[in-house]
Design a protein around this ligand. Structure first.
Ligand SMILES: Nc1ncnc2c1ncn2[C@@H]1O[C@H](COP(=O)(O)OP(=O)(O)O)[C@@H](O)[C@H]1O
Ligand SMILES: [Mg+2]
Length: 269
């Protein structure tokens, strides 16, 4: 059986000790898996990704990554922190948090330079990942002046430049045009085919069939209400409706009432 990447055991987390964000989450993620975390707004998806990325730590319960506990006090261990940062990369929903250099080129180069990759190799890698994300023409631009779709690609490129084993994506397709969505889905599928573990938080049900084999549904109780194959979850309308991932839409035609399902993102007629 493949290596366990993350083990999440009865994890509870509150912001500032008073705003609960995760209430008893358990999951095991193995190397090479393609996972989606779905749930309505505020169900704890982003919080979970930040825990998996070692940015925050559980109030109780624990998170293990590659067999080692993620602990706040081990952050002082620079070698272990480096090892972890090389293996796990988070693409934030808000690219502005991630991009802070004066140029796209420097943002992409930042990670590998931090890890001591030689300058010549960093230059080569920067061009290579820019090509993969189709952002060669943006390399000398100022990141915060880019469009949201361009920023998202640059943010992905800056993680790809580190070449982690595990990608964490937070709402990677939110607010993007269809072509950019396609590009990002293709990136995820390709990376997974090359053996990368992919964990995506999203409430966009349209993309789940492609980006996930296994889906965890987060509910209002801020824990997992169901884990299963993407097919079984997507076919369970009652589950999706109860968790605010689809809603029934009522309207009248010629005095007859129709009830349709709608995905939250779908425009209504
Ligand atoms: N920085 C924060 N301070 C206080 N509460 C927060 C903060 N970030 C998130 N929360 C709360 O934690 C819960 C989970 O949020 P989040 O993980 O962002 O959910 P999701 O990503 O599923 O929308 C929500 O109730 C939210 O209000
Ligand atoms: Mg979120």
């Amino acid at each position: 059986m493949s290596e366990t990447v993350f083990e999440v055991k009865d994890v509870h987390f509150s912001y500032l000790g008073k705003f609960p964000a995760l209430c008893g989450v358990d999951m095991t993620i193995r190397s090479g898996e393609k996972i989606a975390i779905i749930g309505a707004n505020g169900t704890g998806k982003s919080t979970l990704l930040q825990l998996l990325d070692g940015l925050i730590f559980p109030d109780c319960g624990h998170v293990t990554a590659f067999g080692e506990r993620l602990l706040e006090h081990s952050q002082g261990d620079e070698k272990a922190a480096h090892r972890f940062r090389k293996r796990v990369g988070l693409v934030f929903q808000n690219a502005d948090i991630q991009l802070f250099c004066p140029s796209v080129r420097e943002d992409i180069a930042f990670g590998p330079l931090q890890f001591g990759v030689a300058e010549q190799e960093v230059k080569r890698r920067t061009l290579e990942v820019a090509q993969v994300l189709d952002i060669q023409h943006l390399l000398d631009r100022v990141p915060h002046q880019l469009s949201i779709g361009e920023k998202r690609r640059v943010a992905i490129a800056s993680v790809l430049a580190i070449d982690p084993d595990v990608y964490l994506f937070d709402e990677p397709t939110a607010g993007l045009d269809p072509l950019t969505v396609r590009h990002i889905i293709d990136f995820i599928v390709n990376a997974n085919q090359q053996g990368k573990t992919i964990i995506t938080a999203t409430h966009d049900l349209h993309i789940i069939g492609e980006i996930a084999d296994t889906v965890y549904v987060f509910g209002r109780n801020k824990s997992i209400v169901r884990g299963g194959s993407s097919e079984s979850v997507l076919n369970d309308n009652a589950l999706l409706e109860a968790n605010n991932l689809i809603h029934m839409h009522r309207h009248h035609h010629d005095d007859k009432e129709h009830v349709h399902q709608h995905l939250p993102m779908e425009p209504h007629d």
